[in-house]
Design a protein around this ligand. Structure first.
Ligand SMILES: Cc1ncc(COP(=O)(O)O)c(C=O)c1O
Length: 398
């Protein structure tokens, strides 16, 4: 019999995403296809402490699109031209203060294609060691685009200017057949550092230096609105430091997939052809872009409310015996939840899920649950959420 090799790979993929992305009630070996857990018996809309966004079931996604369409008929695009997709591109160009924006099917494609274009004939691209570009894009830069990714700042949540200078010196002085460094990539917030937002002054120092030296800069801002919500630095201000910025449409804008890339017209105009060459030109994308457009509108105001509600919930939960939720250095929407030994996390999560449709993630090896804040907190009053926890904690006491 033919061995199924995809299962372990997919398990590893999910595991590597961080255990917190899996609800605690699912078996550890769950595959992505099993993440469609049944919530049909739930009376209440879900509140999740796992994802950056709402995590719609297919039914909820269809219902939401239907509601959006009823309010104002969704205009379809044709190979990305016109309709909701073009509207979204225009909105993002404005939000980021860039000349143009373009839709791409994935953030991976956005990062890889723009790095290649910005880098021109230079072979080296400097990237954060713990970034998605370096560690989660399957060596695409080397394998597909002929670029060599050079990691900076290993072991740190993010690199500083001196780390970058040191790396540049190392390569420029140490390689006999020197080839060019063309681009510096930064990811903010940093997914592998529990959503840490790089301080604005650090970003400014690095990008100023790059401009002085003639290096292009790209921001992997998959979750840039989340950084903005917590630092108060606008998306436009972040984007102003970089030549190009990519933003995800599904992390917190609740689209089924997709990415937006913003920058100068001379760069973005080259993308249409590149996306086609690599097979990324989809016939219609309005099902994703109409959703993202809907959630883009009013996002800043909603996150102000999310933060107020989250602060109330966390302050109340922290007063409960055995519960500790800690803020992180440079943190954004991810906190560390620790329960003392008298509380059974599995029972707590199951009770919260089954009784209240509140979702909680798994603990990592250190016993920490990545407690993630998102817009689902607006679906229930803080008091109701806290009451649910009190009831569930009562059951989870060992
Ligand atoms: C920081 C960061 N950049 C890029 C991506 C890639 O996005 P996509 O899944 O759309 O390729 C991700 C996705 O997890 C991410 O977290």
């Amino acid at each position: 019999m033919k061995k199924n090799t995809t299962t372990p790979q997919r398990r590893n993929f999910l595991k590597n995403l961080g255990l917190s992305t899996l609800p605690v009630l699912l078996p550890a070996a769950s595959m992505a296809s099993e993440l469609t857990w049944d919530t049909s018996n739930q009376q209440q809309v879900p509140v999740n402490f796992i994802f950056d966004g709402l995590w719609f079931s297919p039914q909820a996604y269809l219902d939401k699109l239907q509601a959006i369409n009823q309010k104002q008929a969704i205009a379809p695009d044709y190979y990305g031209n016109g309709g909701a997709t073009q509207k979204l591109e225009t909105a993002f160009a404005k939000i980021t203060g860039k000349e143009k924006a373009i839709f791409l099917p994935t953030g991976t494609m956005a990062n890889q294609l723009v790095i290649k274009l910005l880098n021109g004939n230079n072979t080296k691209v400097l990237v954060p060691e713990n970034s998605h570009v370096f560690r989660d894009e399957a060596d695409a830069a080397q394998e597909v685009h002929g670029k060599r990714l050079v990691p900076v700042g290993k072991g740190k949540p993010f690199f500083e200017l001196q780390d970058l200078k040191q790396t540049i010196r190392y390569y420029n002085e140490g390689e006999v057949f020197r080839s060019g460094i063309g681009t510096v990539v930064i990811e903010c917030p940093v997914r592998r550092a529990d959503g840490a937002a790089i301080p604005f002054n650090t970003l400014k120092a690095i990008t100023n230096y790059c401009r002085e030296k003639g290096y292009k800069t790209h921001l992997d801002g998959a979750r840039i609105h989340l950084a903005s919500a917590y630092t108060g630095v606008s998306v436009a201000k972040y984007a102003s430091l970089f030549d190009t910025v990519y933003i995800s449409l599904y992390k917190y804008l609740n689209a089924s997939s997709g990415a937006i890339l913003c920058g100068k017209a001379e760069v973005i105009d080259q993308l249409t052809h590149q996306i086609k060459v690599y097979g990324g030109t989809a016939f219609q994308t309005w099902n994703a872009t109409a959703m993202a457009l809907h959630y883009l509108e009013g996002i800043e105001d909603r996150w102000k409310k999310v933060k107020v509600n989250a602060a109330q919930v966390m302050s109340s939960l922290n007063k409960l015996e055995g519960v500790q939720i800690n803020k992180l250095t440079n943190g954004t929407n991810i906190y560390h939840l620790k329960l003392d030994k008298t509380i059974d996390l599995k029972v707590l999560a199951n009770t919260l899920f089954k009784g209240h449709n509140i979702w909680l993630g798994r603990a990592n090896k250190e016993g920490i649950v990545k407690f993630t804040i998102n817009e689902s907190l607006l679906q229930r009053t803080p008091q109701k959420i806290v009451d649910a926890w009190k009831q569930a904690l009562g059951k989870a006491k060992k």
